[in-house]
Design a protein around this ligand. Structure first.
Ligand code: PLP
Ligand code: SF4
Length: 322
């Protein structure tokens, strides 16, 4: 069985980085987690292609631009108890763990995510659930992280079940990269463990059409069969999806996988991510070019986190009726 690549040695041995890059990459790996699953490795066709670029570290990550910050979405001031972020009145995030199947080089939580960090201790998870139980204004519990589908089916099922049992919780949502990055984790046991008595939305993070492999399509079909409503979220990334053709192919691939494109995120200014930046004006122009060309179902809302914790703001584009 091929293994997940988690070290610079493994990346070089797999031909994903040249030996000459070793010193710089060792420094990057000492600061930011690295993981490339066999499923993702199989999608990489050439160095720096739109899949490789998302996951293979680069020495450019060592340079922090003046505008880049550790907590770009400003979660910290909105954290009433450990693992919870409550920024909007009717919905709150719960981060049960900070591990992911892969570590994206542009991640806005890159200073916090990693393989050995952030699993809430049992008492901390109880405190977080207690906060949801005594906060009736919250109608929607959003599991994120890290990646909640890294939990065992039993633990994830129990957690969602506890939230669904709260009378004021009307909606459950999970944000995950597992269906595309580690589709083998979407097992029959996982699907069977999901609660069915309240609506469960799963928002899949994918940035390129090729991420919708046959295995990913099977995982998404199984979740759909289990009654899960599938949404897509993407980040606009230079060298990955910053063209009309790439975005069209991505959103069409989502719809074929029963995934409704929900958000296209402007890149958050996390440290060492400048090589992925696309100007907002270019993002708007891409969306203008797509309008009419693709189904309205394929159209996401283009959003940016406002600095300082103001939340997500739609970036347009806007049209004159003319
Ligand atoms: C993004 C986010 C949500 C979800 O926002 P929607 O616009 O409903 O998708 C909720 N809470 C926090 C803190 C968020 O950052
Ligand atoms: S899967 Fe999500 S949380 Fe994890 S590294 Fe990628 S963007 Fe960050």
């Amino acid at each position: 069985m091929p293994r997940t690549l988690t070290s610079v040695d493994a990346l070089i041995a797999a031909g994903l980085a040249p030996e000459a890059a070793r010193p710089g990459l060792e420094q990057v790996a000492a600061r930011y987690a690295v993981a490339i699953t066999p499923a993702v490795r199989a999608l990489i066709q050439a160095p720096n292609d739109p899949i490789a670029r998302q996951y293979v570290p680069d020495a450019a990550e060592l340079a922090t631009a003046p505008w880049e910050v550790d907590d770009p979405t400003a979660d910290a001031p909105f954290t009433p108890v450990k693992g919870v972020v409550h920024r909007y009145p009717d919905r709150a995030l719960l981060k049960p763990l900070l591990a992911c199947p892969v570590y994206c080089r542009f991640c806005f939580r890159r200073e916090h995510v990693g393989p050995d960090g952030g699993l809430l201790a049992p008492a901390e998870l109880e405190a977080a659930l207690d906060w949801f139980a005594r906060t009736p204004m919250v109608r929607e519990a959003i599991l994120t992280g890290g990646d909640p589908l890294m939990l065992s089916p039993r633990r994830l099922g129990a957690l969602l079940g506890r939230l669904a049992a709260m009378p004021h919780i009307e909606l459950l949502r999970v944000h995950s990269r597992v269906p595309v990055a580690a589709p083998g984790l979407v097992t029959a046991a996982l699907c069977a463990a999901l609660p069915r008595d309240k609506p469960l939305y799963l928002c899949v993070h994918a940035n390129h059409a090729r991420e919708f492999s046959p295995a990913a399509l099977a995982a998404l079909a199984a979740l759909h069969q289990a009654g899960v409503v599938l949404l897509g979220q993407s980040v606009l990334l230079a060298g990955v999806n910053d063209s009309v053709e790439a975005l069209e192919a991505l959103f069409r691939a989502m719809l074929r996988a029963r995934v409704k494109p929900y958000y296209l995120h402007q890149l958050d200014p996390a440290p060492g991510t400048a090589r992925f930046a696309v100007p907002v004006e270019q993002g708007r122009a891409l969306l203008v070019a797509l309008r009419g060309r693709i189904s309205g179902l394929a159209w996401p809302t283009y959003v940016q986190e406002s600095p300082g914790g103001g939340g997500k703001k739609p970036l347009g584009p806007a049209w004159d009726l003319g």
